[in-house]
Unconditional design. Sequence first.
Length: 479
Amino acid sequence: MDAGRAGSGSAGGDSPAAVPRRTRVQYGLAHAGIFAVEFLIRFHLLKFMTDVTGLRADLAGAAVAIGVLWDAFTDPPMGNISDRTRSRWGRRRPYIAAGGVALAVAVAVLFSPPVIESQTGKFLFLLLSYLFLNTCITVISVPHYALGSELSTESAVRTEAYGWLVFWGQVGSVVGVILPGLALAYRGTPDPAASYRAYSLAALAIAGVVLVTSFTTVFAVREPSGDAALPAPRPRNGFLRSTVAALGNRAFAPLFAMYTTVTIGLSASAVLALYYYEYRLGLTLPQIYAMTAAFVTALCLSLPGWVAVSRRWGKKWPALVGGLVFGTLTAVGYPILPAGLVWPPLLLGLVGGICGGSLVLLYALAADIVDYDEALSGLPREGLYFGLWNMGTKMARALAVGAAGVLLHRIGFIPNQEQTPEVLRALALIYGPGVGAFLILGSLVFLRMPAIEVRREQVRRVLARRARRRQRAAASPPR
């Protein structure tokens, strides 16, 4: 492949047909393994450590909080490292392969702890193994995001590729949530020893998913071979100055702020969903899982529609409209849903899933901004930008989880008992207007993003000329 972009034809003239549909599909597959691990952690790690291994809840929470902060701040350096890498496998795929193997080992180890009697020993095991797992997620996920921006200079191709990334991520999230439950049901008895075996078995299965999906992406997507012969770029500024410059990018800053703000709302919604549906609406767990499946299905089925809309009307305004509608429905709908009925929240979830699919356009816009930055600076910094993107996402999730716990305590929520009408009313307001406010606010921040899409063709021509010069330089014999 002699392209200036991975898997495409000439960077100056690639077309959607130049990147096979199979490549676009398989590019996103690695995200299924990553999200399977992340949702296994989000939904099951604390319960496993407290109920199965006997670690105190405050120590388990502290270890997880440290791991999340470590994970967030390692993303930009990892992106910078992959930007500067040159190898016969390319800049991104070596890390996707190595990260996939390491992540498979890490998740298996995390859910197979040795017998440790002391609370200090259990805490240290969780802390160190969780730090290792989060480092592995950083190693694989940041280069994987950046690889998507290099698939093609065609915006439509990248939008579709990120659509598949979101799709496979949703599939992985279902695997990470459901598989431990199936393993627990298969083991039957609820004692800690049986639960330990069930969680370990589920973690091993998810480790297998990580290996298969990561290596499928590694072998499906080819990076430009010419890059291996070129020296690593020497940034005009150091890493910290480059990071500050990226955050100050007039196009990236509002997109980054918008996505981070929206992620706070979506993460708070995920944390509070079980509380709202079980206590406020009085639904059973099978009913709640059915609505979750309906939301994920609607989101996945909506992705081709959002890709098609972006080809006709661009990405900014469809993403803005999708976010505003999603936020308004959330803020207005959830406080007034009647208790005991399944179809109203099911219908609201279906519409919300369709609107939520518009988030795929933000990934594609981030890739456009990376090209815009490269056209201005002459430096390929996909890894740095997507490292910052990942960092903002993880910090938003951590903030949402912490705030949700504080709010539940402040409204007087007491677990495993019937709640007072005041608590139920406050819970509905947090889950509805509280979450919806972040979705609406993020969409309004998005208004400040300049219209870089109108310069897309100009940026494309600049990058094409540079790609052809790089190819000639790589092909020229040394003097």
